[in-house]
Design a protein around this ligand. Structure first.
Ligand code: SF4
Length: 455
């Protein structure tokens, strides 16, 4: 009998891709995805720690799902509740004590172990856990024909991070950085193109350090060509652009210290490399950047931004910014405002600082009162909205290429999709166009999206 898996994903594209891998791993163990939690035999929450109080939310979400199950089917036993992702890695076996219904805790490198652990639970074990992090963990390979996303696919190129920014939990939850074999990445990109995917996103916590600090080993070794440090991110990007046959290639996330002009040059040279770079600054103040251990200065960051602006292609820049980091003065914050104004981001994710357990910054005094954080958040947001209005406004009357991804949530007459510069566009279109690349003339710019009509 087919068993049902309900899988809830929180967080970044990396987690979305990990969920695809988890559902594929469990399909081999007889599990079929369901969108109805009350009919599931196995409920997995794929968790994220970027937002505050992530762990607490996981426990309350499990309580909620349990209540729904008991109301719907009071006489049947509970499903297996499992947690994966960053919260599982960080909280480890404490999860079992904090919520007795959790029976499975799966670390970020253990997706391949899912069938084995679930089978132990089905055989009567009360709990199963695998939170090992090793320097040479193998990459989980996912064939093109078992993808859960449509039209746009994700390709892992690096996992983990060696940067240890003082506020960030990732090096502790995803382990040391590893780079995947370039041949495997190119082969995956080709196969995705052959299966009709129009766009791929090359993923990693820091894609720009591809091949520089990671270890090649196991299935990440390419015995013929990859030598540590010889296949840089720019070279990898060039190979994927030349060899994959994909019409659109994007990548995320870039890291200012490792981002170089060579990457801009390669984007300029290849039509299928899209006009979008996500380059988080996190702060505009050198003092705060040092406290964050980011490893670059404001001047160095702006130098890279200048290189992006000097590209032949019109590249959109997005970023992340943290306000209210411990010790951030008004002067520091003004530096952040001026950096945002100078960069002219097309989009900016703004976070109010909150400490993450086990990070170096968690030991600093969280000195900025909540109301000051909120005030700074709103001030930066207001500036960004003004900049964004101009950045989006400049597309009005332009024709942009859009990958049609589905029916718009707002109107059944409209479809939506993304431009090459990663902006959402809504436009009236017949549904048979879903999955194709179309040209849309932009007639209206909104705060976070564009509106137009097919040409
Ligand atoms: S580079 Fe990014 S993922 Fe790595 S520690 Fe810094 S913020 Fe975290």
């Amino acid at each position: 009998m087919t068993k049902k898996l309900y899988l809830e994903t929180h967080g970044c594209q990396m987690n979305v891709h990990d969920s695809e891998k988890a559902s594929y791993a469990l399909a081999g163990a007889g599990y079929e995805l369901t969108s109805i939690p009350t009919e599931a035999d196995l409920i997995l929450l794929n968790t994220c720690m970027v937002r505050e109080k992530a762990a607490r939310k996981v426990y309350s979400r499990i309580g909620e799902l349990k209540r729904q199950h008991v109301e719907k089917s009071p006489s049947t036993g509970l499903p297996i509740f499992g947690v994966m992702g960053c919260v599982a890695q960080a909280e480890a076996d404490r999860m079992f004590d904090r919520n007795k219904d959790i029976r499975l805790v799966l670390g970020t490198q253990a997706i391949g172990k899912l069938p084995e652990l679930v089978s132990q639970l089905e055989d009567g074990f009360s709990r199963a856990i695998d939170i090992r992090l090793t320097k040479n963990a193998e990459f989980f390979e996912l064939d093109a024909d078992v993808r859960k996303t449509e039209h746009v696919a994700f390709i892992t190129i690096t996992e983990g991070c060696n940067k240890f920014c003082s506020f960030c939990i990732v090096p502790f939850t995803r382990g040391r950085e590893r780079s995947r074999s370039a041949d495997k990445i190119v082969a995956e990109a080709k196969s995705l193109a052959e299966h009709g995917f129009k766009e791929v996103h090359l993923l990693g916590q820091n894609v720009n350090s591809y091949g520089l600090s990671g270890l090649y080993h196991g299935n990440s070794v390419n015995e013929e060509a990859d030598v540590l440090g010889e296949v840089t991110f720019a070279k990898l990007l060039e190979r994927v652009a030349k060899e994959s046959g994909l019409p659109r290639i994007k990548f995320t996330t870039s890291y200012p210290r490792d981002f170089d002009e060579q990457i801009v040059k390669v984007i300029d040279e290849h039509e299928n490399l899209c006009e979008w770079i996500h380059l988080p600054a996190q702060s505009g103040s050198n003092r705060i950047l040092r406290a964050m251990r980011r490893g670059y200065t404001r001047e160095e960051y702006l130098h890279k931004i200048a290189a992006i602006k000097n590209a032949k292609k019109d590249l959109a820049i997005t970023g992340d910014m943290i306000v209210g980091f411990p010790g951030e003065t008004e002067e520091d914050f003004n530096e952040t405002l001026s950096l945002a104004a100078e960069t002219e981001y097309d989009g900016l994710y703004i976070f109010k600082y909150s400490p993450r357990p086990n990070t170096p910054a968690a030991a600093y005094t969280d000195s900025i009162p909540e109301e000051v954080k909120t005030e700074r958040f709103l001030k930066l947001q207001e500036l960004q909205m003004r900049i964004q209005a101009q950045r989006y406004g400049r597309y009005v009357n332009r024709t942009v290429e859009v990958l049609v991804e589905g029916e718009s949530a707002r109107s059944p007459e409209d479809c939506f999709g993304h431009t090459r510069c990663n902006k959402v566009v809504n436009f009236p279109a017949p549904k048979h166009l879903i999955g194709s690349l179309v040209n849309v003339k932009v007639t209206q710019a909104k705060n976070h999206s564009l509106y137009g009509h097919l040409v």
